[in-house]
Design a protein around this ligand. Structure first.
Ligand SMILES: [Zn+2]
Length: 207
């Protein structure tokens, strides 16, 4: 009986070690993984982009609120040119590409989750399999790689230099056509607002 209790205890320890909530880097090729960067909010970040099968892959380019790669933007009236309001925060909604494509608790990061990442992590230039991007390192030494996938407006441009990732947060003070995105280029990092029409990467989180 005592043996069984010890075995059970060991099994619990093994299972706890496999808990995806506590991963600090990818353990295998079965992406996406939930990476713990030691953030105060407890937010975990995905190891790869929506549409990518590996961390360094660019993945899909999505307009804000679109859940598939589209040439036409669904949320603008072609006759009036006006933008359709789809909410202040689309995280976890039917307009959230991470939530729709990956399911479970995956969702687009909010503006404040991006700001938290910028505040509490060290971000530095890096390459993965010769592809350029940024390594984001948490206070707990957990890390994720963000590829410099550029962005897409008809064609893909600025890849290798820029990374642009949508947040789920609508920019209220715009004329209705802007949302916040995390951007890096050279040694600049910010969470700024820009046109919902531009197709960008999406890096999901688990809140
Ligand atoms: Zn992974």
């Amino acid at each position: 009986m005592k043996k069984h209790i010890i075995l059970l205890f060991v099994l619990c320890l093994v299972l706890a070690g496999c808990d995806t909530q506590t991963l600090k880097r990818c353990p295998d090729e079965n992406h996406p993984h939930m990476i713990d960067l030691g953030l105060p909010s407890g937010t975990k970040w995905a190891c790869c982009n929506v549409g990518a099968s590996m961390p360094e892959e660019f993945g899909g380019y999505y307009a804000w609120g679109e859940t598939e790669e589209n040439d036409e933007y669904s949320f603008r009236n072609n006759n009036t040119g006006k933008y359709v309001y789809i909410g202040d925060d689309i995280s976890g909604t039917l307009y959230d590409v991470a939530h729709v494509q990956w399911g479970g608790s995956w969702r687009m990061p909010t503006q404040s989750q991006i700001e938290e990442l910028m505040k509490y992590c060290t971000i530095k230039r890096a390459t993965k399999n010769k592809l350029p991007g940024r390594l984001v390192i948490g206070s707990n030494k957990g890390s994720i790689f963000l590829p410099a996938a550029g962005e897409k407006q008809g064609r893909i441009f600025s890849f290798a230099n820029y990374g642009k990732f949508w947040s789920s947060t609508f920019a209220h003070d715009s004329i209705g056509d802007e949302a916040y995105n995390f951007a890096f280029y050279y040694s600049v990092y910010n969470c700024s607002k820009s046109s919902r029409l531009i197709r960008r990467s999406v890096r999901p989180v688990c809140p």
